[in-house]
Design a protein around this ligand. Structure first.
Ligand code: AMP
Ligand code: TRP
Length: 340
């Protein structure tokens, strides 16, 4: 990922089930070296997770799983601030203010809400509707300048910029920077292994659609063997991929892990075909994921250590959040809070 100098980077991830290849390639792997030049905060967004309540498992365990997955993928808990959203009450406070800034018309355009609510729009929680406002609060509370995510969050990040701009204009002060989305690499949108038009997701009922970071080698091998392709031969030209979403997805995954570009991958396998390609894809996936899986397993036995990292992260995050919410309260004209 392109180096970002002297900026404040923030991203978030929901504690809803095990991390998968989309989370890893689209987000977490890109977070690993960002802290060389910038301050980074990573937020485990448990308040977001309850928007689809009551479908969650134990949130403490799920939050530790996400933390373990991040550390195992190379995100250093000493160099980065990793914390739980609900530990910092200012997220909910700022989200309420943003509910009063953001417009219903803006939220109505959010495609993720339409995807998640489906035909059931009248019955889903109102939290799901204002989910992007809470996400904007996560970002603006730390005056983040850059937000690295997968493709699916692009629209929410554009909304965050609109919200920041409107708030600044309404109060007549440039309180919030307009955060830049950072959506980079060949795997910003990893698709389901069974349907190349749907994104790989924790919420898909079929486990065969995704590779989880805790999958054992045999499972990875089985999932790639059964991954959908089509009846055509291996492509000979990159242009063909636009019409062949399942193949495009597998090639993107290969390219992202191997560091090769799409043209090189197409050229490498156009003469050998799918069997050879799938065998090599399985091999590089296993080489990438098995060490991560082993570290996750080990870390999950050290729950006190993990909780301590999250507590330390919350203390650091709170030091940034408190003065920002004070600035926001003052700009709106709320009475000064005595604890600040
Ligand atoms: P979530 O699991 O929805 O909280 O997503 C956490 C991060 O992973 C966000 O930056 C998402 O954009 C990213 N992400 C989730 N699913 C995918 C996917 N299928 N492909 C690429 N990135 C993804
Ligand atoms: N909405 C994001 C997702 O579903 C998660 C998220 C919440 C987030 N708050 C954020 C991402 C702040 C980036 C910045 O993937």
């Amino acid at each position: 990922m392109e180096k970002i100098k002297n900026k404040r980077i923030l991203s978030g991830i929901q504690p809803t089930g095990n991390l998968h290849l989309g989370n890893y390639l689209g987000a977490i792997k890109n977070w690993v070296n960002l802290n060389n030049d910038s301050e980074c905060l990573f937020c485990i967004v448990d308040l977001h997770a309850i928007t689809t309540w009551p479908k969650f498992d134990d949130l403490n365990i799920a939050s530790r799983e996400v933390l373990a997955g991040m550390i195992a993928s190379g995100v250093c808990p000493k160099k980065n601030t990793i914390f739980i959203q609900s530990h910092i009450p200012e997220h909910a406070e700022l989200a309420w203010i943003i509910n009063c800034v953001s417009r219903i018309g803006w939220l109505n355009r959010m495609t993720q809400f339409k995807d998640k609510a489906g035909k059931n729009q009248e019955k889903v929680s109102s939290g799901l509707m204002v989910y992007p406002n809470l996400m904007a609060a996560d970002i603006l509370l730390y005056k983040a300048t850059h937000v690295p995510t997968g493709e699916d969050q692009k629209q929410h990040l554009e909304l965050t910029r609109d919200i920041a701009h409107k708030f600044n204009t309404d109060v007549g002060s440039e309180i919030f920077p307009l955060p830049e989305p950072v959506i980079q690499g060949p795997a910003t949108r990893v698709m389901s292994l069974r349907n190349g038009t749907q994104k790989m997701s924790k919420s898909d009922i079929s486990d065969m659609t995704r590779i989880n970071l805790i999958d054992c080698n045999d499972t990875i091998s089985e999932k790639i063997k059964k991954a959908k392709t089509d009846s055509g031969d291996f492509p000979v030209d990159k242009m063909e991929l636009e019409e062949r979403p399942e193949i495009k997805n597998l090639i993107n995954i290969y390219a992202s892990i191997s560091g090769k570009n799409i043209e090189q991958v197409v050229e490498n396998f156009s003469s050998t075909g799918f069997a050879r390609f799938k065998a090599e894809l399985t091999e590089i996936l296993i080489n990438e994921i098995s060490p991560i899986r082993e570290v996750i397993r080990e870390l999950m036995t050290e729950s006190q250590e993990l909780d301590k990292i999250l507590d330390d992260g919350s203390k650091k995050a709170s030091l940034i959040a408190k003065p920002v919410i004070k600035e926001v309260f003052d700009a709106i004209g709320f009475n000064k809070r005595r604890d600040l």
